[in-house]
Write a protein that binds this ligand. Structure first.
Ligand code: NAG
Ligand code: NAG
Length: 256
């Protein structure tokens, strides 16, 4: 795997750390050969502190409809690329745990059943968080999927990766320290508009920065999930946790 370049802030809780996030594209290549694809974008996010988008911003809009699934995101669901974990949140009631999915050009729909969890943090109570793994998918194939089957259905799609082997090209985006500022939105937009289309994101930690808010206001996790849905619902983001994912706040909760 040859990465074309990498820049990430130190993940301190300082505002400078929050402001710097650079998306860089890497190409996965034949293991034996490293190839330099060049710099794919001249965009460099500015270093100065930028401001979080207010909760009423367009990017945080709640999808319309009773109990509509929100914060839809997918990640790789097995080790070879034939599985996908679909996750989403419903707010009014648990609703259906099922995902309906089908191959492009096929109307044979399959259904997989997931599970639902909730959590509390200080005085925050989460919505109903659903996770459903779908497996036995075909490589390199476009699938459509639907969630919210009992109430408001929402439909998305993804493309599975090719089978692993020599000379199999695949393009990862690499994003870290994203946050939810106006500049976070620019970073995500640059990733989406890059002509070298990333097929999956390797996320190197520090997602929502909700911990910068009083009581680590977890409402800012929900807003972040809605913000990134425009990418995370359509391609796997593969996560690692950063220090901002540790909800260490001994004054309000005893266990991080
Ligand atoms: C949680 O507490 C803070 C102040 O301590 C308050 O501003 C906020 O509205 C509360 N949130 C909920 C969901 O009760
Ligand atoms: C975020 O970026 C998108 C796409 O460029 C744009 O449509 C939207 O208005 C932006 N929202 C904010 C709050 O900056």
């Amino acid at each position: 795997m040859g990465f074309l370049g990498l820049s990430s802030s130190s993940s301190s809780s300082s505002s400078a750390g929050m402001a710097v996030a650079v998306a860089v594209l890497g190409l996965v290549l034949n293991a034996a050969v490293l190839c330099n694809g060049g710099i794919t974008s001249a965009f460099v996010r500015k270093v100065e502190k930028s401001f979080d988008m207010p909760l009423e911003s367009d990017v945080f809009r709640v999808p319309p409809g009773y109990n509509a699934p929100q914060q839809v995101h997918i990640t790789q669901g097995d080790h070879v690329g034939k599985g996908v974990i679909v996750s989403w949140v419903t707010m009014d009631e648990p609703g259906s745990n099922a995902v309906l999915y089908w191959r492009e050009n096929s109307n044979r729909k399959k259904q997989a059943e997931g599970k639902v969890v909730t959590y509390t943090f200080h005085n925050y109570t989460s919505g109903y968080i659903h996770h459903c793994t779908i497996g036995n998918l075909k490589f390199n194939t476009k699938y459509y999927y639907e969630v919210g089957l009992e109430h408001t259905m929402r439909k998305f799609w993804f493309v599975t990766p090719p089978e692993v082997g020599p000379d199999v090209p695949y393009t990862f985006g690499l994003i870290g320290d994203l946050g939810q500022s106006y500049d976070s939105n620019k970073t995500l937009t640059h990733y989406e508009l890059n002509p070298v289309k990333g097929k999956a994101v390797l996320f190197v930690g520090d997602l929502s920065y909700a911990d910068n808010y009083p009581n680590h206001d977890n409402v800012r996790w929900d807003s972040w999930g809605r913000f990134v849905e425009r990418s995370t619902a359509y391609q796997p983001w593969i996560w690692t946790a950063g220090n901002h994912e540790i909800d260490f706040a001994p004054d309000i909760v005893s266990i991080p």
